[in-house]
Every structure is written in structure tokens, then in C-alpha cells.
Write a protein that binds this ligand. Structure first.
Ligand SMILES: [Zn+2]
Length: 203
């Protein structure tokens, strides 16, 4: 705990004073440009990899970057999306998976989390992607990478089951994108729906 507390003190002493005007503006208003859904993994830093500042990303994180399909009862996801789209009018949603994801490894090897009942239940959200990997007869070496990509695609599909997302897409007020962040190489792959493939994100 000490090092975390030390970090807070450093922020207050040295970082905050340098960005005082930004925080003064943010104190009363947020106008994020994207709703960023990603894994809880400590190595994924949405602000860093998108070169953003505080106030620019509305972040929703969980193990596996899952968005369960809408069924009227998933309060956390539904409430977050509703607020983001209806109130904040966020025009972009990004689902971002990443390399070496522990959740994806667990989806591939459910026996490894047999002793973790809550994790085992949550990983059910990766079942659709796993079925795709199995049906595509992916090589052992590529299974994790392909599962990670197909999981992002599956979650993009789940997103569209939320009435608020569906309506905003139909009204062309919302754009959604699927990414996979490569930790080792600092690259982001983006899903191209036309090709049904992931490609290096570039302008
Ligand atoms: Zn992860």
C-alpha cells in the first residue's frame, strides 16, 4: 500500500499543479469522445495507448473485456451504456482486447479455473468466441490470438443487443470499433468487418 500512497502524494505535489487548468475545467464537466471497454489487466492503459488525457475516455473494465448480451438484468453494463449514450452523447465505443490475456487463457482451459467458481461463471461470456475457434480448426499456436480477436468481435455483437446502442447506431450517432492491443510490440490491431479480419490500426 505504501507505494500506491506515495504515488498519490507525487501526483498531488508534482503532476496536478502542471495540469491545473485542465482539472479546473473537468471539475464541472466531462465530454469524453469514447466509451472504452477493455480488460482489467494492469498492462492495458487506455489513456496511454490512445494518447488521451483525463476526461477523454469513459472506461469500463472487467476480466476479458466482456459485455454480456442484453437481457434486461445486466444492470452495470446497461446503466453505463445508457448514461454514456443518452446523457454524455458519446459518439464512439471501442472494445479492446489484448495479448496474453488471462481471461482468454481461462476460456481456452476451463480446467485451470475449476477452483474459482466466480471466474468460471464469468468466462461463459467467452463461449461464443471459443466455439468459433474450435470450428475454424485453428492451430494450437494461434488459438490464444484468434480467440482474443474473435472474443472482441463477439462482444461487438453483444453490444448491438442493447436497445440504446442499437438505436444510436441506427440514427448514425454512434460508431463502434474492435481492437486488440499487442503489449509486447505496442501495436493495436483493428477489426475490419468487410474483411472479417484484424489489421494494424493506421490512419
Ligand atoms: Zn485480459
Amino acid at each position: 500500500m505504501h507505494s500506491i500512497r506515495k504515488g498519490v502524494v507525487t501526483f498531488q505535489r508534482y503532476v496536478f499543479p502542471q495540469h491545473k487548468s485542465l482539472f479546473k475545467r473537468l471539475a464541472k464537466l466531462q465530454t469524453p469522445s469514447a466509451y472504452f471497454i477493455t480488460c482489467a489487466d494492469s498492462r492495458v492503459d487506455p489513456t496511454l495507448i490512445t494518447h488521451s488525457s483525463p476526461g477523454e475516455l469513459f472506461v469500463d473494465r472487467n476480466a476479458g473485456n466482456f459485455i454480456p448480451p442484453f437481457h434486461g438484468e445486466n444492470a452495470s453494463e446497461a446503466a453505463g451504456l445508457e448514461y454514456a449514450i443518452e446523457v454524455l452523447k458519446i459518439p464512439n465505443i471501442i472494445v479492446c482486447g489484448h495479448t496474453d490475456c488471462g481471461a482468454m487463457k481461462a476460456v481456452l482451459k476451463p480446467e485451470s479455473i475449476k477452483h474459482l467458481p466466480a471466474c468460471a461463471k464469468w468466462m461463459v461470456n467467452g463461449a461464443q468466441a471459443l466455439r468459433e475457434v474450435t470450428s475454424r480448426k485453428v492451430s494450437e499456436k494461434q488459438r490464444l490470438a484468434v480467440l482474443t480477436q474473435r472474443n472482441v468481435v463477439a462482444q461487438l455483437g453483444h453490444l448491438k443487443t442493447y436497445p440504446v446502442v442499437h438505436a444510436a447506431l441506427a440514427a448514425k450517432k454512434l460508431e463502434i470499433a474492435g481492437w486488440v492491443y499487442d503489449i509486447e510490440h505496442g501495436k493495436v490491431l483493428e477489426y475490419n468487418p468487410g474483411a472479417d479480419a484484424f489489421e494494424i490500426l493506421q490512419l
